[in-house]
Design a binder for this molecule. Structure first.
Ligand code: ADP
Length: 513
C-alpha cells in the first residue's frame, strides 16, 4: 500500500480513534498525543506511536501549541489533523503549523478568521445577502446598549458571547427589566469561559429548529454541500440528538434548497478548504437565519456519513495531500440519527464523570458506535464528558427511530463495585434520558424544536440509582434504631432526622431492612 506520510492527531478520545482508523485505511501513519489524565486512555492504542505532551489540564497539553508542534516535529509527521474542539478552530495554530512546515488538515487561517468569529461571520454573510438573525451590528458595550437594540428588534432577545461556543455565555431575555442583569451574568460567564466578555444581541426566534448544512470546499473557490442535519433536540443549548434529513426541511423543501445554496455560496467566497458546517435557525414557517459557521469537522458528522456514504475524514486527508477533486453533490439515501451518551446527571444535565467498571455497546445492522471506551476506564473531569455517540441508519425515519430504540436498550454503563457490591465513584449517565427520548411521541413524530426538553418534564424525571456505600450504611443504622425501638430501648438520635434518612434510603432503592 502507498505510504502517504504521517498524520499527527491533535486530539483525544473517540474522535482521535475515528481519525486514526481512516488514516490507516488510506496508508497514512499515525501519531497520537496523550496527557497525564490519558495515560490509560484507549486512543493511544489506535495510533502507530504516541507522544506524552503534559499535564491533565488542556492548557498544559492538548491546547498547548508549542508542545503539539514539537510532537509533530519529533515524530516526523507531515500533517496535523485537529479533530473538533481543542485547537481545531484557532487560526494561530494553523499559522504555527504552516511555520513549522506542517500541513494543517482544514481551512486556511484566513478563512477561519473570517468565518470562525461570530461577529465577523455575520458581516460576511450579510454582504453576500444570506439572512442572519436580526440583531446588533457588532458587539454591544453594556446592558444599556443591549436594551436599546432589544427595543428596536423586539423581545424576546438572546444575548450571545462573541467568542461563544457550547451554549456558554448565552441568555434569553423576555423583558427590558431583566436585560441589565442578564447582560452582566452572561458577559461574566463568557469572560470566564473564553477570556473574552464581548456580547452581541439577537432576536430570539420562536419555535426554533436548529438545522445545519455540511459543506466541503476545495480551497480554490469551489465547494459542494452534503445535505443537512437537524439538531433541534438540545439541553443547555447543546446538541444531544442529530439527524438527517431534517424533519422541518422535509416540510419545506424550498428552504433546504435556499439554505444549501447560501452555504455553498459563502464557502466558495471565502475559498473554504475541507469540511465545514453552516448553522441556521429555522422557524416553523420555513424562514431561515444564519447562526454561525463551524470551521472544522462536527461531532455529529456520522449522520452525514450514513446518508451520503462519504467518509468525511478521508476527504479531508485526500484534500490535504492534494489528491482530492471535488465530486458532484452526493446522493443522499434513507434516514440517520445520532445520540450522544454523556457522563452527566439525567435530570440536571450537569457533568457527572467518574470511573467506569463495565461497559457494553450495541451492534447489529446499520448501527455505529463511536467511543473511546471498550472496557473499564475513567471519564475524566478534565475533558468533555461524552462517553459515546450511537448512530443508526434506516430506510425511513421511523425505521431509524426503531433501530435506535433497540440499540439504546443494549447499552450498559456501570460504575465499578466494591467488595460488598456497592458502586464506587460518582459516574452518572444520560442513558435513561435517551431511552425516554427515543420513545417520546413528539420525537417520533419529528416535530421537534429546541424547547422540546423544557416542555416535557417527564424526560428528566429522575430514576433510582443503585445505592452507594454511604446510603447503605445509613440503611443499616436505621435498621438498628428500628430494632432498638421494638425492644423498648431508647436511642439518642432525633426521630425527625432518622425518618428523613430512612426516606432517602428508600428513595435510593435500598431494601436491606
Ligand atoms: P454556540 O456557539 O454556543 O453553540 P449557537 O449560536 O450555535 O451557540 O447557538 C446554540 C443554540 O442556541 C442553537 O442551536 C439554538 O438552539 C439556540 N439559539 C441560538 N441563537 C438563537 C436565536 N437567535 N433564537 C433562538 N434560539 C437560538
Amino acid at each position: 500500500m502507498k505510504n502517504r506520510g504521517g498524520v499527527l492527531i491533535a486530539n483525544r478520545g473517540e474522535i482521535a480513534i475515528r481519525i486514526a482508523r481512516t488514516c490507516k485505511a488510506l496508508g497514512f501513519s499515525t501519531v497520537g498525543l496523550y496527557s497525564d489524565a490519558d495515560r490509560w486512555a484507549e486512543h493511544p492504542w489506535h495510533c502507530d506511536q504516541s507522544v506524552w505532551i503534559g499535564g491533565a489540564a488542556p492548557k498544559d497539553s492538548y491546547l498547548n501549541v508549542e508542545k503539539v508542534i514539537a510532537a509533530a516535529r519529533k515524530t516526523g509527521a507531515k500533517y496535523v489533523h485537529p479533530g473538533y474542539g481543542f485547537l481545531s478552530e484557532r487560526a494561530h495554530f494553523v499559522e504555527a503549523c504552516e511555520k513549522a512546515g506542517l500541513i494543517f488538515v482544514g481551512p486556511s487561517a484566513d478563512s477561519m478568521r473570517v468565518m470562525g468569529d461570530k461577529i465577523r461571520a455575520r458581516e460576511t454573510i450579510s454582504a453576500l445577502k444570506v439572512p442572519g438573525v436580526p440583531g446588533s451590528k457588532g458587539a454591544v458595550k453594556d446592558g444599556t446598549e443591549a436594551a436599546r437594540v432589544a427595543k428596536e428588534i423586539g423581545y424576546p432577545v438572546l444575548l450571545k458571547a462573541a467568542a461563544g461556543g457550547g451554549g456558554k455565555g448565552m441568555r434569553r431575555v423576555d423583558a427590558e427589566s431583566e436585560i441589565a442583569s442578564a447582560f452582566e451574568g452572561a458577559s461574566r460567564e463568557a469572560l470566564g469561559a473564553f477570556g473574552d466578555g464581548s456580547m452581541y444581541v439577537e432576536k430570539f426566534i420562536l419555535q426554533p429548529h436548529h438545522v445545519e448544512i455540511q459543506v466541503f470546499g476545495d480551497g480554490k473557490g469551489g465547494a459542494i454541500h452534503l445535505g443537512e442535519r437537524e439538531c433541534s433536540i438540545q439541553r443547555r443549548h447543546q446538541k444531544v440528538w442529530e439527524e438527517s434529513p431534517s424533519p422541518i426541511l422535509e416540510k419545506h423543501p424550498k428552504t433546504r434548497e435556499k439554505m444549501s445554496e447560501a452555504a455553498v455560496r459563502v464557502a466558495c467566497h471565502v475559498k473554504y478548504a475541507g469540511a465545514g458546517t453552516f448553522e441556521f435557525i429555522v422557524d416553523g414557517q420555513g424562514n431561515f437565519y444564519f447562526l454561525e459557521m463551524n470551521t472544522r469537522l462536527q461531532v455529529e458528522h456520522p449522520v452525514t456519513e450514513w446518508v451520503t456514504g462519504v467518509d468525511l475524514v478521508a476527504w479531508q486527508l485526500l484534500l490535504a495531500c492534494g489528491e482530492m477533486k471535488l465530486p458532484a453533490v452526493p446522493e443522499r439515501r434513507g434516514s440517520a440519527i445520532e445520540v450522544r451518551l454523556y457522563a452527566e446527571d439525567p435530570k440536571t444535565f450537569l457533568p457527572a464523570p467518574g470511573p467506569i467498571g463495565r461497559i457494553a455497546f450495541p451492534s447489529g445492522p446499520f448501527v455505529r458506535v463511536d467511543t473511546a471506551f471498550t472496557g473499564p476506564g475513567e471519564v475524566s473531569l478534565h475533558y468533555d464528558p461524552m462517553i459515546a455517540k450511537v448512530s443508526v441508519w434506516g430506510q425511513t425515519r421511523d425505521a431509524a427511530v426503531d433501530r435506535l430504540r433497540v440499540a439504546l436498550d443494549e447499552v450498559r454503563v456501570e460504575s465499578p463495585r466494591d467488595e460488598q457490591g456497592f458502586r464506587k465513584g460518582s459516574l452518572r449517565t444520560n442513558l435513561s434520558f435517551l431511552q425516554k427520548l427515543v420513545r417520546n411521541e413528539v420525537v417520533r413524530g419529528g416535530d421537534t424544536t429546541t424547547d422540546l426538553i423544557a416542555n416535557h418534564p417527564d424526560l428528566t424525571r429522575d430514576d433510582p440509582t443503585p445505592p452507594s456505600r454511604e446510603m447503605a450504611l445509613v440503611a443499616a443504622l436505621v435498621q438498628t434504631i428500628d430494632k432498638a425501638h421494638l425492644n423498648g430501648s431508647s436511642v439518642a438520635v432525633a426521630p425527625n432526622s432518622v425518618s428523613g434518612w430512612a426516606a432517602r434510603a428508600r428513595q435510593e432503592g435500598i431494601t436491606r431492612t
